[in-house]
Design a protein around this ligand. Structure first.
Ligand SMILES: [Zn+2]
Length: 599
């Protein structure tokens, strides 16, 4: 009989990482969770921790230990097959192959060892699966189940994996190494039912424990900002201190101070913060303030705030879920609606901050919502950095009125030029800052109007982001050339092509909401309407809101954009304006990662 050994003692004895033997004292936040996983027969352990801090490693160490000491069938879920493959190649395979006791239980015949996403050993295999694949979720069985980065899984996937009808039931372990999810996600609901053990640091003076958090009170800094209100990241971050709530003493970061604050003999460590958890659901959480230099933490936070100021909320969300490990709740970032932001100006008034292109033409866009027999149009001018002002808005009856409205307000359109397509064909395209929504137009009406008057077409599309040919994900796609007379007897007339741009409406709405809540360097909200914008415009701008929407289980929820009244045309026009400003590079931080933008 082999002697029973825990994951940590196994790892300290057998694991070498980058040339150094594994030592738990280098990772104090991992010790207790490792012991709880070892003892959690029939339970679930959530490791809600920042990336690269050892949570996935801990789960893999447990796998290596099992293979060597206590073989059992294990399933490891990643979100996608690609994630599973890269985990296998980059981490798990090298770890298992370099661990001596694992080698001794491997099959001598390489054909029996399994390959790719299956590792076979005497006693029990490890299977790498994808949470996105239905058959992986409910037709595999195992006594240990790992759900890596479960915050990314689609709705109900965690429950489906948990509810599998195999024979292991009561003695199965479920381990979830992950960062934080969106508020209302299945994982968020599960976390709230767990023990919620939070890592507390300790005051080096009085040894009182405290929960490290990013706040004006606990992590004060001297803001250094430029004229446009953006943080000078390095200068501001260098001033950060941590104020211990017990003694109200300010501490500058040093490796020694951080070590003292994480000293378990002085009172640092996990404390259970949910005293009525569900049975056998353990949760452990810490954030980067207990592991990283505070200047680096604050610098990343300030960069996210700068991007938010420019209308891109995605970095703030990413920072909160990944670095602070708190669920992202957009409702907490939002101010109450019911008013629209009005600036000290009138329709058509010149604005000295309006951005100009390299030819000196103003960045003034016109966006048009297309109805069956009429149109709604908004002209807005934009400054570098995300500020903008309403120039005019109107209900229009004909395409000619659209063109006249654009010309009256100096909006660029109808400047045709020739271009060679990738297939070698010469076509005519136009430069234009007038965009018509073509989503609901029938019979190719919008492309024909665009061709006649020199406009572009927009098309809102339900997805998370578009990957461009430079590899970057954005909230709009690269333009598609469409033949406005395709399918008619006038096909190919004059070689004219209309550019159509797909975009993610919900992401644009999120950005607009952020800009409506930001105050610019001039003390005025970054997004405003004019004082004389009118009741119709105001009422339509309040026609949509993000509301909490519960799933059919009654527990999980999401925030979704919802139309509150039928006439939301100006709101749609303004949403498209945000896309225009993003395309022109006036809104910063336009790069989005496909997974992050998921909603
Ligand atoms: Zn103290």
């Amino acid at each position: 009989m082999r002697k029973w050994r825990g994951t940590i003692s196994f790892a300290e004895r057998h694991i070498v990482l980058d040339g150094d033997p594994f030592r738990i004292k280098d990772r104090p936040q991992m010790r207790i969770p490792a012991e709880v996983i070892d003892a959690a027969l029939g339970g679930t352990v959530i490791l809600m921790m920042p990336p690269q801090r050892g949570k996935t490693l801990l789960a893999q160490l447990r796998l290596a230990r099992n293979v060597s000491i206590e073989p059992r069938r294990a399933l490891w879920y990643s979100k996608t097959q690609i994630d599973a493959r890269s985990l296998s190649d980059a981490k798990l395979k090298p770890l298992l192959e370099s661990t001596k006791p694992v080698q001794s239980v491997s099959f001598d015949d390489p054909d029996k060892r399994g390959r790719g996403l299956l590792f076979r050993f005497h006693g029990g295999p490890i299977e790498l699966l994808s949470a996105d694949v239905v058959s992986h979720r409910n037709s595999r069985s195992g006594s240990e189940i790992y759900l890596d980065e479960a915050w990314q899984y689609d709705h109900r996937c965690i429950s489906e994996i948990f509810m599998r009808g195999d024979g292991y039931g009561w003695n199965r372990r479920q381990v979830i190494p992950t960062t934080a999810p969106d508020a209302g996600h299945e994982l968020d609901v599960l976390w709230e039912r767990s023990t919620k053990h939070e890592w507390h640091m300790t005051c080096p003076d009085c040894k009182k424990p405290f929960l490290p958090e990013l706040s004006d009170k606990m992590t004060p800094y001297e803001a250094v900002t430029s004229d446009d209100g953006r943080y000078n990241v390095e200068a501001t971050a260098a001033s950060v201190e941590l104020l211990t709530p017990c003694c109200e003493k300010r501490w500058k970061y040093s490796p020694q101070v951080l070590k003292a604050m994480n000293n378990e003999e002085d009172g640092a460590g996990y404390r259970q913060t949910n005293l009525n958890p569900s049975p056998r659901v353990h949760g452990f959480r810490f954030n980067v303030l207990s592991t990283d230099p505070w200047e680096e933490v604050i610098a990343e936070w300030l960069r996210a705030l700068n991007a938010k100021r420019g209308g891109d909320p995605s970095q703030v969300r990413e920072f909160k879920i990944k670095k602070m490990c708190v669920a992202w709740d957009p409702a907490k970032e939002r101010k109450p609606t019911g008013e629209i932001e009005v600036g000290p100006y009138s329709l058509g008034e010149p604005w000295d901050q309006e951005a100009k292109d390299e030819n000196g033409r103003p960045y003034r866009f016109m966006t048009v919502d297309v109805q069956r027999n009429h149109f709604w149009a908004v002209v807005r001018s934009h400054a570098v950095g995300g500020s903008s002002r309403l120039v005019d808005r109107s209900k229009l009856l004909t395409p000619h009125e659209i063109a006249a409205f654009a010309d009256r307000h100096g909006v660029l359109r109808n400047e045709w030029y020739e271009q060679r397509t990738p297939s070698g064909q010469w076509v005519k395209l136009c430069e234009s800052r007038v965009f018509l929504d073509s989503k609901y137009s029938t019979g190719g009406l919008v492309p024909r109007i665009c061709s006649e008057h020199g406009f572009h077409a927009f098309y809102s599309y339900k997805r998370n982001a578009f990957k461009h040919s430079d590899g970057i994900h954005r909230i709009y796609d690269e333009g598609r050339m469409i033949d406005p007379f395709s399918g008619t007897s006038r096909a190919e007339e004059a070689g004219k092509r209309v550019l159509q741009f797909y975009f993610v409406a919900d992401a644009a709405k999120d950005r607009m909401e952020i800009l409506r809540a930001q105050i610019g360097a001039d003390g005025i909200p970054m997004w405003t309407a004019s004082q004389d914008c009118g009741d119709e415009y105001k009422s339509q701008m309040l026609a949509e809101a993000k509301v909490k929407t519960f799933g059919s289980d009654g527990h999980t929820y999401e925030y979704k954009w919802k139309r509150l009244q039928p006439d939301n045309h100006y709101f749609d026009c303004e949403t498209m304006q945000i896309v225009c400003a993003s395309m022109a590079g006036l809104i910063v931080g336009e790069e989005v990662s496909e997974v992050e933008e998921k909603r």
